[in-house]
Design a protein around this ligand. Structure first.
Ligand code: PGA
Length: 257
């Protein structure tokens, strides 16, 4: 069984709301210039998820630029039309964007997204032809009380109740992001992440790729992606700096050649 999702390693840069559209254009411009002299192996894919505003600007500005970096939305609604403030799969497709993050812990924690909403968003995005990066992960308390595996299992179970999701597992990636490791500079040990990744892979019958996220840097990325069930990384803060993202791609390239 091919565990590494057809051998691909995915590097997903989540720029959150760190950069304005102008700052995003500046960073992306530097990345595509760097790419020309530092091409990475075919089995590494790089995706940038800027803010929705920046995404509109970037897709327009770089539509004729030759680059292997693709774009993603950071969030999505579950329908189109009378949903003020929302974005749909149709909006993403109109910009040529094929990937969306769903259920990021910041959406769960600060925007009140629950399992039901996350399931609806995941199903709508998959039905709309997008690739979904579903984020799951436990809090510090949940890990300390030995409930991490059960919490993550429950989060995945709730989206597997939807037949649309089950029918499109080949377009689902699951990012395991322990909440206590996000933005703290303290990642989980790669061996511990791998234990969770193997359990997640088993739960989805190895039909969806599993990524790690939470304080990934150029210094620690190799330790994660060298693991059998870790098909890539979801990177926040380090990916918003030129040296951070290029450093991560360069290290990954050395592991994956
Ligand atoms: P971080 O964020 O890399 O800044 O810890 C990861 C994420 O939130 O996806």
């Amino acid at each position: 069984m091919e565990i590494k999702f057809f051998g691909m390693t995915h590097i997903i840069a989540n720029w959150k709301d760190y950069l304005t559209p102008a700052e995003s254009v500046k960073l992306f411009t530097r990345l595509v210039v760097w790419e020309k002299t530092h091409p990475w192996p075919k089995n590494i894919s790089v995706t940038v998820a800027p803010s929705a505003l920046a995404l509109g600007v970037l897709t327009e500005k770089f539509k004729r630029t030759k680059t292997r970096i693709s774009f993603a939305l950071q969030d999505i609604g579950w329908a189109e039309g009378a949903y003020t403030g929302a974005l749909s799969a149709r909006d993403a497709r109109a910009l040529g964007v094929r990937t969306v993050l769903v259920g990021h812990s910041e959406r769960r924690q600060y925007f009140g997204e629950d399992e039901k909403m996350i399931c609806k968003k995941t199903a709508a995005a998959l039905a709309g032809g997008l690739r979904v990066i579903l984020c799951v992960g436990e809090t510090k308390d949940e890990r300390q009380s030995g409930r991490a595996v059960a919490v993550v299992r429950g989060q995945i179970e709730s989206i597997l109740k939807d037949s649309v999701v089950v029918a499109h597992l080949n377009r689902l990636l699951i990012a395991y992001e322990p909440r206590w490791a996000i933005g703290t500079g303290i990642p989980i040990e790669s061996s511990e992440a791998e234990v969770m990744h193997a359990k997640i892979a088993g739960q989805v019958s190895e039909r969806a790729a599993v990524l790690y996220g939470g304080s990934v840097t150029p210094q620690n990325v190799a330790g994660f992606i060298a693991r059998e069930h870790t098909a890539g990384v979801l990177v926040g803060s380090a990916s918003t700096k030129f040296t951070g993202l290029t450093g991560i791609i360069a290290r990954a390239a050395r592991v994956r050649v």
